[in-house]
Design a protein. Structure first.
Lengths: 337, 254
């Protein structure tokens, strides 16, 4: 989708396969039904009774609708935003009508007329879509900032100038390697300045990690030793850009540079069932107290994961046995359609 | 300017190999106007302390951000030498970080370094001599990790975390670790200010490491009440506690 640069974030339909989205829909619809029941009944026991009866009617319908939306989400996701909204509302309304008609045909008792059921469903669906749109908008500053932060804070000036200095040292004695290093630097900055709003393939993110690691290796030599455990990494998995590179940068900046001994860094990525796990470890240095900036990168990554995966992704940090460890877990989504 | 016959002896301390290579290249580039010879290199602060004194270096090109011990602390220790080299600081930091270090008082080069700037800085440093100790102390933020004792061609470092107590006697300050004693030419008042996080005053002339305090013993009584002395971890010697410091010290024990 072509987007206008100034426009911060394009509207997209909620991902109906996401647990967070499903949970929000279930909660919202039940809360609305309860509110309706409380409004209609004279006292609390009767309201509760009314809610239970209403739930018996709408709960199967709600679940069926969510299931349909989840199944159809690859197709609805391809529509333009407003067309997608209309499609979702029409689908929900039609399903409600069909459900209602089926109940009548089976001779079951129905609480209202068919038009009323359909109308209520349409209004609730529209309301929820509006809510999800606002939710996305509320998160979008995090994305806009991600790029700025990447340039201003996360790629530390310290790293840029030291890398340039290292390239200068190479130009005369090893021009080929100098060229290669500048290419790596260019790739890294291209990614940093690119649009942080769309998914990237894990394979590409890993390439970026390796290029970044090469730059650090040049500067730090044998002080930096990185172990890559990527055999089980699903390179077709989709994830937000610049989630792993800042973590590796932190690992080097906090765990290797301040030490005089060799710093062992571990990069481990694997697919476990329908989840993708990434773990980055570095030595936890005691002297490492006055280097700030770690929190900001972590907070930004956490926000972007929440935006892309809602409640399904998590990021955990811990310090065990002199090692500092960051772990990210997110749902496996394939780039293959 | 001196004639071409005199060669300036330069020492390079930087934790990144390529950065040291680059400085050597630049020294080669300016050889026509400034003859230099690299007499030693170090990849971290402790190595620099170890190698600089015996290298005979006149100028030290010193990276500020190094593991083990930062450049500013290295310079402070080297300044205690009888013939301490002139220092040119080098840093990749942007201006913001430079201000954080309050380097304005000192001369420094930004990486990547330009040949002409390097030549100018070397000349200026040689003319100006080594930076003063007070000046360096002002520029450094935070306390040192080591205290240094200058010997003839060597600097002995005493890790601050190993020190049990510091006692002023006449011109010197005695530094006592569990193993041995050193003499230091610094003022106890300045040390107290710098090391306030780790040390506490027990007497007009003595500071002890807070972590080393094990307890107190009553050493006797006089007209004003009981007198106390302090029991320290790892050493048999007991030190008298002044009446004025006693309330503060008593509250340090759980």
């Amino acid at each position: 989708m072509a987007s206008i640069r100034q426009n911060v974030f394009p509207d997209v339909l909620p991902d109906f396969r996401n647990l967070g989205v499903v949970a929000r829909v279930l909660l919202a619809v039940n809360a609305l039904a309860l509110a309706g029941a409380l409004y209609a009944a004279p006292d609390f026991p009767q309201a509760l009774d009314g809610f239970v009866r209403a739930a018996a009617f709408f709960e199967p319908l709600l679940l069926a609708e969510l299931a349909c939306l989840a199944v159809l989400s690859p197709w609805s996701g391809r529509l333009a935003y407003w067309a997608g909204c209309v499609a979702v509302i029409v689908l929900v309304t039609l399903l409600a009508g069909a459900y209602h008609a089926a109940l009548i045909a089976l001779g079951a008792e129905v609480p209202a007329r068919i038009a009323r059921t359909a109308l209520i469903c349409a209004i609730v669906a529209a309301g929820l879509l509006a809510y999800f749109r606002l939710l996305t908008k509320a998160y979008s500053p995090a994305l806009a900032e991600a790029r700025l932060q990447a340039l201003q804070a996360r790629i530390r000036p310290h790293f840029l100038f030291n890398s340039l200095n290292a390239v200068l040292a190479l130009i005369r004695r090893d021009p080929k390697r100098a060229e290669h290093t500048l290419e790596n630097l260019a790739d890294l900055f291209r990614t940093l300045m690119s649009d942080a709003r769309s998914f990237v393939r894990l394979g590409d993110e890993i390439t970026l990690l390796e290029r970044y690691a090469e730059l650090e290796q040049l500067r730090l030599g044998e002080r930096l030793r990185i172990t890559w455990e990527l055999d089980a990494a699903p390179s077709d998995a989709l994830l937000p850009p610049l989630v792993l590179q800042p973590l590796l940068e932190n690992a080097v900046y906090h765990g290797v540079e301040p030490g005089t001994a060799t710093g062992e860094v571990l990069v481990h990525i694997e697919r476990r069932g329908d989840r993708v796990l990434a773990r980055i470890e570095n030595p936890h240095l005691e002297a490492e107290v006055h280097r700030a900036g770690n929190r900001m990168a972590l907070d930004n990554i956490r926000e972007r994961l929440a935006l892309f995966f809602d409640a399904e992704a998590r990021i955990v940090t811990q310090s065990v046995n002199g090692r500092y460890r960051v772990e990210i877990e997110m749902p496996y989504r394939s780039a293959q359609p | 300017m001196t004639d071409g016959a005199s060669v300036i002896r330069v020492f390079i301390a930087d934790d990144e190999g390529p950065a040291r290579d680059r400085l050597k290249e630049l020294l080669g580039d300016i050889a026509a106007e400034l003859q230099t010879q690299v007499v030693g290199e170090a990849a971290n602060g402790l190595e620099a302390i170890e190698r600089v004194p015996s290298s005979g270096a006149e100028v030290l090109l010193l990276d500020i951000q190094m593991p083990g011990m930062g450049g500013l602390e290295v310079a402070r220790h080297l300044a205690t030498l009888e013939h301490s080299p002139a220092v040119v600081f080098v840093t990749a930091h942007d201006r913001h970080a430079v201000e954080a270090f309050d380097l304005n008082a000192l001369d420094y080069l930004l990486k990547p370094v330009r040949a002409q700037r390097l030549a100018a800085a070397l000349r200026k440093a040689l003319a100006g001599g080594s930076p003063g100790r007070e000046q360096l102390a002002r520029a450094a933020t935070g306390a040192r990790e080591y205290l240094s004792v200058a010997e003839r061609h060597r600097i002995a470092l005493v890790p601050v975390r190993d020190i049990v107590f510091l006692r002023a006697e006449q011109k010197y300050v005695t530094v006592r670790t569990r193993e041995r004693e050193h003499l230091l030419e610094e003022s106890l008042v300045a040390l107290e200010r710098e090391l306030a996080d780790r040390f506490v005053r027990i007497h007009r002339n003595c500071l002890v490491a807070r972590a080393a305090i094990r307890g107190y013993e009553r050493s006797g009584d006089d007209a004003d009440g009981p007198r106390w002395q302090i029991v320290l971890d790892g050493i048999a010697e007991r030190l008298p506690v002044s009446r004025r410091q006693w309330p503060t010290l008593r509250s340090l024990l759980p």
